[in-house]
Ligand binder design. Structure first.
Ligand code: NAD
Length: 497
């Protein structure tokens, strides 16, 4: 494997995991980073401890106090240049995502593109942080709503989007006048170091602490971030389990959270659907990123009249998916992030069988070449079920698709909504009545609902996030920027009484 791109991204064999304008020498222990492709060590990171965290947070806050005074379009100009730098490094970033998170290269490049897209979006936004003017009930009074910078935004990220989630948050936060302090997943620290270097180079000495980085364990660095009064907003992406800890803990100090948690997404296929379109979307949605997307298709709800025919086509399509090295351009399915994830896959398949499900495709660890023996590869799996199994209500971060039938739209919607999570959903149909029903108030209860498009691959322009156990947060497009600012209602009396 040619890893020369690592040096171009400023990644060495040994790396500091703490940045606040300079890369700090820290005392939080050494982390060995392994590639999920073959389990090989690809570098080490010197982690931070709680004391390092405190120093980094202080520096970020001091820089925020100056940054907030810079006019927003000038802040946008910095973000424009960061976006340009992402463009320059796009190929290398895509490869790094592939190496460290195990995504196929095409998906790694797609993730790098999302960073570019959100930077572009944020640049435009820097001239559109609009407030309202409101008619005052008092004569000669002027009332308006203004949005002010908030402070330092703590950004906690999951392993499966190791660069884009930070970019979605930080590009908006920067134009909003905030500083960012990033605590990435310990499974993907090199991506975090590379992105921080790119952004910090553009920001230069004065502003580099705006993209602070603190890599360290949840119990020390993570806890320090959650309890930090200088961090008014914690934007945390990860499992619902993590959200249950982060939400109440930050709320205790009246801090704000933006939670982007687990999903359990379904595709509904009506009997009048274009099946070519549906099959492509199901395979991409269920198998892509080896089932490790928050928006992965985990449940397929099919009209009983077409269920057997659709299942047959899916089994055939699954059998053609090439499993292997994600850096090889012919591969469609790469590894899971680690062996624990493969064990969780095996456990879920065993539970599904025990609960009455029938495995019709896959279900086992995949056979791969000896060179990849250190990775955790599994077969994309289809389980046919006659009822909602308890295991279907959980998010197993692996390529398992549960297939169930229904008889009418109301039943399909009830099944779609019958899980604790509420991230993304979609329906395949040619009927306006059914698609509008699915999108109506009594339809899908998710933050995202699509027609004739799968549940993943959201565009940057829309607000992204979900309801219920997905946490309720919204980030990236639309008016998601408001989470990164504080609202002030201002009244001016220009009368003489
Ligand atoms: P995870 O919950 O294990 O970890 C996510 C992040 O939270 C990591 O940085 C981790 O170190 C941190 N964390 C965990 N416990 C913490 C604590 N007590 N204090 C502070 N920080 C803590 O998730 P993961 O395995 O990295 O990622 C997969 C999960 O993320 C899936 O559930 C997936 O659906 C979810 N996800 C959601 C979205 C979304 O936008 N909704 C996007 C990507 C991933």
């Amino acid at each position: 494997m040619n890893l020369s791109f690592l040096a171009r991204l400023g990644i060495g064999k040994q790396n500091s995991g703490a940045f606040d304008g300079t890369w700090r020498k820290t005392k939080g222990g050494t982390l060995t980073v392994r590639s999920p492709i073959d389990g090989r060590a690809i570098g080490t990171v010197q982690m931070a401890d709680a004391k390092d965290y405190a120093a980094i947070s202080k520096r970020a806050h001091a820089t925020f106090l100056k940054w907030r005074e810079l006019p927003a379009p000038q802040r946008g100009e910095f973000v424009r240049r960061i976006g340009e730098a992402f463009r320059e490094h796009k190929d290398d970033l895509g490869r790094l995502v592939s190496l460290e998170a195990g995504k196929i290269v095409q998906e790694g490049l797609g993730e790098a593109q999302e960073c570019i897209d959100i930077a572009d979006f944020a640049v435009g936004l820097s001239r559109q942080l609009y407030g309202l003017t409101i008619a005052s009930e008092r004569p000669q009074h002027h009332m308006r709503e203004t949005w002010h910078p908030l402070g330092t935004v703590g950004i906690v990220t999951a392993f499966n989007f190791p660069i884009a989630v930070w970019a979605w948050n930080s590009m908006l936060a920067l134009v909003c006048g905030d500083a960012c302090l990033w605590k990435p997943s310990l499974k993907t620290p090199l991506c975090a170091i590379a992105m921080t270097k790119i952004a910090a180079d553009v920001l230069g000495k004065e502003w580099a602490p705006l993209v602070s980085l603190c890599i360290g364990p949840d119990l020390t660095v993570g806890s320090a971030l959650l309890d930090d009064p200088n961090v008014p907003l914690v934007s945390a992406t990860g499992s619902t389990r993590m959200g249950r800890i982060v939400g109440p803990r930050v709320a205790q100090r009246f801090g704000r959270t933006l939670l982007e948690l687990g999903g359990n997404n379904a595709i509904v296929v009506m009997d009048d659907a274009d099946l070519d379109l549906a099959v492509r979307a199901i395979v991409f949605g269920a198998v892509g990123t080896a089932g490790q997307r928050c928006t992965t298709t985990r449940r397929l709800l099919v009209h009983e009249r077409i269920a057997d025919a659709l299942q047959k086509r899916l089994v055939k399509a699954y059998a053609q998916c090439r499993i292997g090295n994600p850096m090889d351009k012919n591969t469609l399915v790469g590894p899971l992030i680690d062996d624990a994830a493969a064990k969780a896959f095996e456990h879920a398949v065993a539970q599904a069988k025990q609960q009455g499900g029938k495995v019709v495709q896959g279900g086992k660890r995949a056979k791969v070449s000896r060179a990849l023996a250190g990775g955790a590869y599994v077969e994309p799996t289809i389980v046919r079920c006659n009822e909602v199994l308890p295991v279907m209500r959980e998010e197993t971060f692996a390529p398992i698709l549960y297939v169930m039938t229904y008889t009418d739209l109301e039943a399909a919607i009830a099944l779609q909504n019958a899980v604790p999570q509420g991230l993304s959903s979609c329906i395949f149909t040619g009927s306006v009545r059914d698609s509008e029903g699915f999108l109506s108030a009594w339809g899908s209860d998710c933050g995202i609902a699509n027609v004739n498009i799968g549940p993943s691959g959201a565009e940057i322009g829309g607000a992204f996030g979900g309801e219920k156990d997905t946490g309720g947060g919204r980030e990236s497009g639309s008016d998601a920027w408001k989470a990164y600012m504080r609202r002030q209602t201002q009244t001016v009396n220009f009368s003489d009484s």
